[in-house]
Design a protein around this ligand. Structure first.
Ligand code: ZN
Length: 94
């Protein structure tokens, strides 16, 4: 049996999508993968920043494409990146 490991776009750790969870998507030019820890961190933080509003799929897509753009510029991804993405979403997309 072959194990397929995904590489997390945020922490660059590998994870087993089937065994551990997380999410893999094709948004923008690059595929994005979030390991279970980063995925829950991203959704928790986004919910906090949205002041209790449920994180919706539009915001999730926005964050993913924001992360993609940062990766294309070879910028590192950390929690601030997600905060900037949420701020930009709140400020610009409404
Ligand atoms: Zn991760």
């Amino acid at each position: 049996m072959k194990e397929q490991k995904e590489i997390c776009s945020i922490c660059e750790g590998d994870f087993d999508l089937d065994g551990e969870g997380g999410i893999v998507g094709d948004l923008g030019v690059l595929p994005v993968a979030f390991c279970p820890f980063c995925l829950s961190g991203v959704t928790d933080l986004a919910e906090q920043l949205m002041e209790g509003e449920e994180m919706d799929i539009e915001l999730a897509r926005y964050i993913a494409s924001y992360v993609n753009e940062e990766l294309e510029r070879n910028n590192s991804i950390d929690r601030n990146t997600i905060m900037y993405a949420v701020d930009a979403f709140n400020g610009g997309a409404r």
